[in-house]
Design a protein around this ligand. Sequence first.
Ligand code: MLT
Ligand code: ZN
Length: 462
Amino acid sequence: MADPRLDSLQQAAPGLRLKTEAADLEHYGRDWTRRWTPAPLAIALPGDIEEVRAVVRWARANGVAIVPSGGRTGLSGGAVAANGELVLSLERMNRVLGFDPIDRTLTVQPGIALQSVHEAAREHGLVYPVDFAARGSCSIGGNIATNAGGIRVIRYGNTREWVAGLKLVTGTGELLDLNRGLIKNSSGYDLRHLTIASEGTLGIVVEATLKLTDPPPPTNVMLLALPSFEVLMQVFAALRERLQLEAFEFFTDRALHHVLAHGAQAPFAEVHPYYVVTEFAIGDEAQEAKVLTAFEHCMEQGWVNDGVISQSEAQAAQLWRLREGITESLARYKPYKNDVSVRISAMPAFLEETQALIGREYPHFDVVWFGHIGDGNLHINVLKPDDLGDEAFVAQCEHVTKLLAEALGKHDGSISAEHGIGLVKKPYLASTRSAEEIALMRGVKRVFDPDGIMNPGKLFDA
Ligand code: MLT
Ligand code: ZN
């Protein structure tokens, strides 16, 4: 039976759509982490900003916690509702509101999928350059809430760089119109940037004005096979020096093994321990010659065993599939995901230490390494053996995350590069943020959300 509190919610927002079926509670109460059992009070699906505000005001008056919800493709438990929270899904607020050709901005509602933003930008001859594999299902509101990164950060930066303005409903139901699309605005604290990566703990993003840019030059995709981890950063430096890189991603033979088992095509006759997929501009003959020089240089140095360059869009997509298909190919193993970063200059030392640590601590587990190495961002996925229970597996992984967090602390790195802290990385926040910073973050939250109703328990405990 539906909770009697929902009657007063419906009175507060008469047109509000609510879902309370068991299947809906399960569907909307979890994200891609699959670690927590969903148990929300109900799902509210507002159709406009005023309904969002009405829901927040009701939640505040009734002491009900809210979990803002987009595409729920998150990997840190930021959108999990496991404690009777009201899930506030923005999926009905999914439209493009406007395009401004002079400002070159696109204004959208938060529930729009990243891919639809790409398509809308393209209709106007421009691009929104943030991109990653979950583009079809993730929402722009979720991208903003986690400052999502992806495969083109090396060239275009994170989501933060592309938000010209946003509207936020705070934990008191106030509506803030932040930065209003301005390029220059030196008028004090930038609350827009405070909101980005706040994981729904300060309020709900209800509208965003996104910057667009010119389409990239024509590009090619190249897949390289590498003999060892040690040469990875050297290959990166050699290519970056000679080419205009649009992406530089790496993965291991274990990652390739799983992607191939999932239906992708083997790129080389032989197996190699490491692979790089890179995309770069190929405007003219001079640039094409540089690609060859860069490749030959890497071969001569013994940094590269083999390579293939895409000859068509279809082949480029095939090569990208080897990298972008990894997450999906691992899903059935309930991977424990690490998403860590250090400065690029610290990467060689950090890699050496981390490889030794992982080899020592996980001798019997299938550990899959991949990620955005050109941004200093590694994804280390530990796959759950079928004969090990969920809890025992997570407990073992947490032990190693603690050690990893210590290594990150030493190298001035981050426990979350692009997935967010959510529930999964909350115990390790202090390895990346000082006690003083966390205390200030708590203070900021209290100002935006005095009753602690906005996504409580995520990021840190209030
Ligand atoms: C990726 O780089 O593929 C995404 O961050 C997803 C993941 O880490 O699984
Ligand atoms: Zn990633």
